[in-house]
Design a protein around this ligand. Structure first.
Ligand code: ADP
Ligand code: ZN
Length: 518
């Protein structure tokens, strides 16, 4: 039997373990259970792949992501490992071939979707062979609090009862304290050794800016020190991916689009060029990145707001895996909030699900609007306190200016109230700025006392104020039309008992450039 170090070098071609891989592997090789919490890209796979090879028998990996399963198995096979997967996409005769390999001890690793594992047929098959380890990937799927909840995962505690002699490892990249405790309890891993890695990525500089003119902001960013670097630019829609990539090419960059609407061979080709060439920028929807491992990605830009802090962390985490200085830039605007809000409202999910999604979106927006250290806020979200400001995010590098916005906020809140608490931001701002447009006249909003009381601010400035009032809980956004509503928090402000400081508004832009304002 080979030692973990030998396998690391000769099978995987790496020289040393990353922390805490060695300790995790030793735990399993000794026959004990482990619970591993490590950010995406941290190197979770080796934690079970190596024990599977170091111990006699086949390792069983339970994963909910069919696409990733296939990628992993192909990569393992290329490294000479006898790996296979069983899921609904595998044809029957192939299933039989894999099962007989398993019975004859010819498999090192078998990947299974949870529902497949739990079939009595699969369980009895596994009873008949030697098993080295059970790895439960994406273990947060057992948590009913999370957005990835899978009922099948709840039944995985049967492994403990049916295969008491096989060590188990549960892995996840998303787990606050509560979720972690829930995983341990539901999977019977309370006695397992817990390995909790830091989520901090100190070499990534976080920058979050309100959208003003996003193409100009992007160009400024790229020309300000990112020339010749590899990077990823995320957009929400396929159309925006295509137009942004085309525009970047006109600006002299090598930019390749990537989204699910492109033919598979085009996607594969763009992915390949990104991995092999030095100066390629991939413009992508979030479809891009799962399973991509390029260590020297120097920047990740978001041209639209990610829908949760987890998503933001995961996507920005694709920068700087080599440990070198990298930048994560996010440009966001009120229209992103409205767009994602509408997506949530029109989605299939239950009311409870929508409520959770709204909460996530608000937490993301909160991260955008804070005036304190971004990294502290981000790590705080993952229940990992950082005791002092990081010194490597935009708010640390340049303390954001604030202003007393009480007067403006009262005007806005009053206008929301007078218009009946059902109109979206654009209309309320039109009324504030004294617009006489059709909609304003139709609802006689030009007759209101709040009509035209906010001419001192531009639409862009009002939108920034609305955003911040949403984040701070003064305003709620509701329903299909994303109408604004006051909350309880408003009372003391409306009674002028407290004042309100907000992040300074973005600099004024000339009207001609005002098209994609946020
Ligand atoms: P995770 O599952 O935690 O997101 P992976 O297991 O996919 O992370 O690992 C991320 C990348 O890091 C992979 O390309 C993997 O090969 C690489 N990697 C993992 N461990 C090591 C190591 N000890 N030395 C070098 N590269 C490693
Ligand atoms: Zn900071």
């Amino acid at each position: 039997m080979n030692s973990p170090q030998h396998i690391l070098e000769h099978v995987f071609g790496y020289t040393r373990f990353r922390d805490p891989q060695q300790a995790v592997i030793d735990t399993l090789v000794a026959g004990n259970d482990a619970l591993v919490l490590m950010p995406t890209g941290g190197g979770k796979s080796l934690c079970y792949q190596i024990p599977a090879l170091a111990r006699p028998g086949c390792g069983v990996v339970i994963s909910p992501l069919i696409a990733l399963m296939q990628d992993q198995v192909e990569a393992l096979q290329e490294a000479g490992i006898r790996a296979a997967y069983l899921n609904s996409s595998v044809a029957y005769d192939e299933v039989q071939a894999i099962e007989s390999q398993l019975l004859y001890g010819e498999l090192d690793l078998l990947y299974l979707a949870p529902e497949r594992l739990l079939q009595p047929r699969t369980l009895s098959l596994l009873q008949r062979v030697a098993l080295s380890v059970f790895a439960i990937d994406e273990a947060h799927c057992v948590s009913q609090w999370g957005h990835d909840f899978r009922a099948d995962y709840l039944q995985l505690n049967c492994l403990h009862e049916q295969f008491p002699q096989v060590p188990r490892i549960a892995l996840t990249a998303t787990a606050d304290k509560r979720t972690r405790a829930e995983i341990a309890r539901r999977l019977d891993l309370e006695d397992a050794r817990h390995f909790v890695s830091s989520f901090d990525r100190p070499n990534i500089q976080y920058r979050i800016e309100p959208k003003d003119n996003q193409r100009r902001q992007l160009l400024q960013f790229l020309q300000g020190g990112q020339q010749g670097n590899a990077g990823i630019i995320y957009c929400l829609s396929r159309a925006k991916v295509d137009s942004t990539a085309e525009w970047l090419n006109q600006q002299g960059f090598t930019a390749l689009p990537y989204h699910a609407g492109l033919p598979a061979d085009t996607r594969a080709e763009h992915q390949r060029r990104f991995l092999r060439e030095d100066e390629v920028i991939v413009v992508a929807t979030i479809a891009f990145g799962m399973g991509i491992d390029k260590p020297d990605v120097r920047f990740v830009v978001h041209l639209d707001l990610p829908k949760s802090v987890e998503a933001y962390y995961q996507e920005t985490g694709r920068a700087g895996r080599d440990g070198e200085a990298s930048v994560a830039l996010l440009l966001y605007g009120l229209e992103d909030v409205v767009k994602i809000g509408q997506m949530v409202e029109s989605s299939e999910g239950s009311e409870e699900h929508k409520r959770l999604e709204r909460g996530r979106l608000n937490a993301m927006l909160g991260l955008c609007e804070i005036t304190s250290c971004r990294r502290q806020a981000l790590l705080d979200y993952f229940a990992e306190p950082l005791d002092k400001p990081c010194g490597n995010c935009d708010t640390c590098l340049e303390v954001p200016a604030t202003w007393d916005a009480s007067e403006a906020a009262v005007k806005l809140l009053s206008c929301v109230y007078r218009t009946g608490q059902r109109f979206g931001a654009s209309h309320v701002i039109d009324v504030l700025r004294g617009s006489e447009n059709e909609k304003v006249r139709k609802f006689s909003h030009d007759q209101l006392s709040t009509h035209g009381i906010g001419k001192e601010f531009s639409t862009t400035e009002w939108r920034a104020i609305v955003r911040q009032l949403i984040v701070r809980g003064y305003l709620e956004v509701e329903g299909e039309f994303q109408g604004l509503r006051l909350t309880e928090v408003c009372r003391p402000l409306l009674r002028r008992e407290v004042s309100l400081n907000l992040r300074k508004l973005p600099a004024k832009t000339p009207r001609s450039q005002n098209r994609d304002t946020g």
